[in-house]
Design a protein around this ligand. Sequence first.
Ligand SMILES: [Mg+2]
Length: 343
Amino acid sequence: MKAQVERRSLAVRPALKTAAGELDRRELLLLRLEDGEGNFGWGEAAPLEPYDGVSDRECLAALERQVEALEACPPDARGPQALEAAAQGSALPQALAAVDLALWDLAGRRDGRPVLELLTDRRPAAVEVNATVGAGEPGVAAAEAAAAVEAGFRCVKVKAGDPEDIDRVHAVRAAIGDGPAIRVDANGAWTVAEAVARINAMAGAGIELVEEPVHGADALRDLRARVSVPIAADETTAEPGALAGDVADAVCLKVSRAGGISGLLAQAELARAGGALVYVSSSLDGPLGIAAAVHCAAALALSLPCGLATLDRFPEIDPGVLAPVDGMVAVPAAPGLGVDPAP
Ligand SMILES: [Mg+2]
């Protein structure tokens, strides 16, 4: 099997504020795989160090070890065999995701079918997505949320984790009326005591769920017993055992963190077996990662909206079929993942 890695660097506008400073460029690693018959597929690695602790350098080194293992595979190796070989090279999920996506893309292109058709008999045409409102000044957040609802979104995720959290959430509710759902994401910024106080102070605004209010399985479990608003685990799902336990009411899964489509579907099964609802999101993935997540979300028939409406942060990219319309993103219908790699 032939393999080739390329770097892509995309401008991020507006720049994303993170705990580690402003992110104004997104580095992606693209992988092109080709089998012995000339069929090819593209995958994408999208580590984001401020968020998942995996540097571009670490991810590239892992991907290079996986590529070496893939090149040693027979040219007609099929998905599971090639993925297993790559994982022997390195098990780093952020790099393995590129291999897994490329293998699914290749399989779909070879068969002339979209990845969704390889995953399930279900044929949803689109998946529901949420808009994201940054942790800005309450009036600014309210205006952003109102614009999103005007554009057709029925769920708005409001970033939290600073002293204006409570005012921001109430301002957003006042701006969007009673209909749309509000989801709050604190990225683990609160202690359990802070989370109890803030969630109770926000609850009157009507909250669909609070994502990663505190970090760690024990803290989430503790908090969940003390508030009535549903709690979702995001970053904590990377903790060993966190998916299988009674940690949260819902879990947010990501293609990059799960090691690709195969890993995400396995994680979803585990979480659902434990009684949790599932939804899918990304950390500023490129078009291949977003497309893969949309195929997963469609295959899983999710009831919660997904955080996959982020491609408009990349001015160099035309989201094409992945542009949200009335709060929905279409499942790409072209063979494979159904999108081209980032230009
Ligand atoms: Mg989150």
